[in-house]
Design a protein around this ligand. Structure first.
Ligand code: HEM
Length: 325
């Protein structure tokens, strides 16, 4: 059994763990928190290469023994899917998202089943609302008539599954970076024209996604000089790649004037984030409002006492307590 690098040290400070790995073992075999063996890739160039290598695939439905070990319950949880239905929901959404690589009939069938499932779920939440986002959206639909039934279901799927948590973490991780670097906060306040560059720097410096979704090798590959046989799981770290000194000068320095546009926070290659333009706009609106409305903000607890989400995929705070000073 291989030790997992995704331990408590990782949760406290993933950047330190990734810095060590980039130096000591940029392509290394480790295990997920659940004990599943994976190859972890941490250098910028290797991450980029792995994300465009056709022999490294995300099409898990052809290999469901692999997939069940790596259930990512987060989206299902956020949307309000009952725990018993998580495996089915995760399977359906992955089949649909990875559709471009598969049999079109299977993809259409999965999309239809997802639609039917979410329609039933909306009805169930209507009958018995809970403290989740589906219930809130059903309420918007019923009270304001601002979404028709199809829009309700499809918006729930897209926005909540792929885009909700990520955008929240863009805002909170970015805000934390600013509050921890008062000189950079002052620089940005003095010139909000820097906001587009600053958003890219938030994404590079402390992006919302630590490691990409899981991939596997369909053939033997060599990454960063390390030979990896076929049928192995690959995890590339976007957070690690974005702090690679080979790519960025003084990569651990947070600098709102940096031109960080080549960062990998939205992934790379054919699975590059579909919601990136929306996330950038949402981020710009949120930061502009926050900085204009609150001329002085400060953390109410020391930064090192903040709690981070469990798990290896997302990189985000559980809360960011601030006060208007
Ligand atoms: C700051 C916010 C966001 C970040 C950092 C982010 C990051 C990412 C990353 C890294 C991937 C690629 C994952 C991989 O290759 O394993 C991805 C894919 C995706 N994202 Fe986002 N995302 C964000 C917001 C959104 C939003 C708002 C939406 C929808 C409105 C969205 C929709 C998607 C979809 C549909 C994919 C799958 C693309 C594919 O597999 O072809 N994302 N995102």
């Amino acid at each position: 059994m291989i030790d997992s690098v995704f331990d408590q040290d990782y949760l406290r400070d993933p950047h330190q763990v990734f810095a060590r790995l980039r130096h000591e073992g940029p392509v290394t075999q480790t295990a997920t928190g659940q004990g599943v063996k994976v190859w972890l890739v941490t250098r910028y160039e290797d991450v980029k290469a792995a994300m465009t290598d056709p022999r490294i695939s995300k099409a898990f439905r052809n290999d469901p023994d692999v997939f069940k070990d790596y259930a990512v319950p987060l989206p299902a949880m956020v949307i309000g899917v009952p725990e018993a239905d998580w495996p089915r929901m995760i399977h359906l959404s992955s089949t649909t998202i990875e559709g471009s690589a598969g049999d079109p009939k299977e993809v259409v069938a999965a999309a239809e089943e997802t639609l039917a499932y979410l329609t039933d779920l909306c009805a169930a939440k209507r009958a018995q609302p809970a403290d989740d986002l589906i219930s809130a959206m059903v309420q918007v639909h019923d009270e304001g008539g601002r979404l028709n039934e199809t829009e309700l279901v499809s918006t729930a799927w897209l926005l909540l599954v792929a885009g909700h948590e990520t955008t929240v973490h863009l805002i909170s991780n970015g805000m934390l970076a600013l509050l921890s670097h008062p000189d950079q906060l002052a620089r940005l306040r003095a010139d909000l024209g820097l906001l587009p560059d600053a958003i890219e720097e938030f994404l590079r410096y402390d992006g919302p996604i630590s490691t990409s979704t899981l991939r596997f090798t369909t053939e033997p590959v060599t990454i960063g000089g390390v030979d990896i046989p076929a049928g192995q799981l690959i995890l590339v770290s976007l957070l690690a790649a974005n702090r690679d000194a080979g790519q960025y000068d003084d990569a651990d320095r947070f600098d709102v004037t940096r031109k960080a546009g080549q960062h990998l926070a939205f992934g790379h290659g054919i699975h590059y984030c579909l919601g990136a333009p929306l996330a950038r706009v949402e981020g710009a609106v949120a930061f502009r409002q926050l900085l204009e409305r609150f001329p002085a903000l400060e953390l109410t607890v020391p930064a090192h006492e903040l709690a981070w989400r469990e798990g290896m995929l997302m990189h985000g705070l559980t809360s960011l307590p601030v006060r208007a000073a």
